[in-house]
Design a protein around this ligand. Structure first.
Ligand code: MEV
Length: 437
């Protein structure tokens, strides 16, 4: 019978104590489970401690492949892009897209804007007009009371940029201060949240100062940055003549029109748009992870941005004008290259080094390009050969690895299955056959 999974004081146990509790309570063979979890501990204890401290209740390391995609030309400069991802074919697709565009002018990328947002949410029974009239006073007060917290950021060229009071008809007593920030090379979450909480904690006193000693006091509900960053966006694009798009299976013009139709469908249809955007995030998330940034934040912003006019749409647009093909992605990408995990995780630090220690603005461009490249590769396969051809080769290798195939068996299987349908049972049968010979 399975033991109860309820426990008191778990976080107080040592790492080994946590692991043995988990093994005892969650696995049929605790000794084997402990052995397996421990086999992923790093020999270098100091380094292991870095990973243990990143999160809580850590009992092991979960390894993901770290791949690289060379040959990316972005604004005329070459890059090898680091990608951390579990899905096979994503890195290969990035490499193909990079090579394809390498000889067609490469990728172009520009930062459109870099503003981040924070919100103080509060309830207030006072006169709405009175509060709205004080918007400038409130902003000045915010700047004044945030001076010491902002000092460093201002020195780096950032700081608090604006404040707006928002109201909602659905709930007349609910107010919001929507505050815009520039956080330079940091993602800025700690800076923004500190400013918000500090200012929110002073609001009782400030309201009294502004509206007199007998005024209604605000009831602050919460203060937190917003992950929706529609003013922190990049534009990535590729462009070439139709002739330059000639494929082995299709001429350039036919390919371009098929491609554009696929992109247009994702602009109209939510089912296709979701998959289309998932493909974009295959590239985006892989670079975000490799550089120690927060992929959930970028995904949340990207999906909200995709639905900004009320309909969820594909994030890329495609145009064909005269004989010119253009594919473009505009995406909110709020990332940092200092602070957070970027310099704590040894490989995130290496990723940034591999990218030439970019500023946050440069990293935004690289991430946008990774998303666009992925979208180009996916849609190109979909409208020509179909996606399974490329996927299946990787799938075959995964099956072979799962069946403990040796390197020469893998080579033979790749040749054998090059023109056959790949299923788990067929691959197992193939291995059994060659092993019997
Ligand atoms: C698979 O991970 C991503 C794709 O489905 C994206 C797309 O359909 O555009 C291939």
């Amino acid at each position: 019978m399975k033991k109860s999974m309820m426990v008191n004081g778990f976080s107080k146990r040592s790492k080994a104590g946590k692991l043995s509790w988990v093994a005892e309570h969650g696995f049929d063979n605790p000794a084997e489970a402990i052995g397996e979890f421990q086999s992923y501990w790093l020999d270098n204890e100091e380094r292991q401690r870095i990973y243990d401290r990143i999160s809580e209740n850590t009992i092991s390391n979960f390894i993901l492949p770290y791949g690289v995609a060379p040959n990316f030309i972005i604004n005329g400069k070459s890059y090898t892009i680091p990608m951390v991802i579990e899905e096979s074919s994503v890195v290969a697709a990035a490499c193909n897209a990079a090579k394809f565009w390498m000889n067609r002018g490469g990728f172009q990328a520009t930062v459109i804007n870099t503003e981040k947002i924070g919100q103080i949410h509060f309830y207030w029974n006072g006169q709405r007009e009175l509060l709205l009239r004080h918007e400038t006073t409130i902003f000045e007060s915010l700047l004044h009371h945030s001076k010491s917290l902002s000092e460093n950021m201002i020195r780096r060229g950032g700081g608090i940029k604006s404040l707006k009071i928002r109201t909602f008809e659905e709930d007349p007593d609910y107010y919001q201060f929507l505050i815009c920030f520039e956080t330079c090379d940091s993602m800025g979450a700690n800076y923004i949240n500190s400013i918000l909480e500090n200012f929110a904690s002073r609001l009782d006193d400030l309201f009294t100062e502004w509206f007199g000693p007998n005024c209604e006091l605000p009831d602050v509900l919460m203060s937190i940055l917003s992950n929706y960053t529609p003013q922190c966006t990049i534009r990535a694009s590729v462009e070439c003549t139709l002739q330059e798009l000639d494929q082995s299976e299709l001429n350039g013009k036919d390919f371009a029109y098929r491609f554009k139709k696929a992109v247009d469908i994702a602009r109209m249809d939510v089912y296709r748009a979701t998959t289309h955007n998932k493909g974009i995030f295959n590239g985006v998330d892989a670079v975000i992870l490799a550089t120690g940034n927060d992929f959930r934040a970028i995904e949340a912003a990207g999906h909200a941005y995709a639905a900004r006019d009320g309909q969820y749409r594909g994030l890329t647009t495609c145009s064909i004008e005269e004989d010119q093909f253009r594919l473009e992605l505009i995406l909110p990408v709020a990332v940092g290259t200092v602070g957070g995990l970027t310099h704590i995780h040894p490989l995130a630090k290496r990723s940034l080094e591999l990218l030439g220690n970019p500023s946050a603005r440069q990293l935004m461009k690289i991430i946008g390009v990774a998303g666009l490249a992925q979208n180009f590769a996916a849609v190109r396969s979909l409208v020509t050969t179909g996606i399974q051809k490329g996927h299946m080769k990787m799938h075959l290798i995964n099956i072979l690895n799962h069946l403990d195939a040796k390197p020469d068996e893998i080579d033979r299987a790749i040749v054998y299955f090059s023109d056959k349908i790949i299923t788990y049972s067929e691959v197992r049968k193939f291995l059994e056959n060659i092993r019997e010979l």
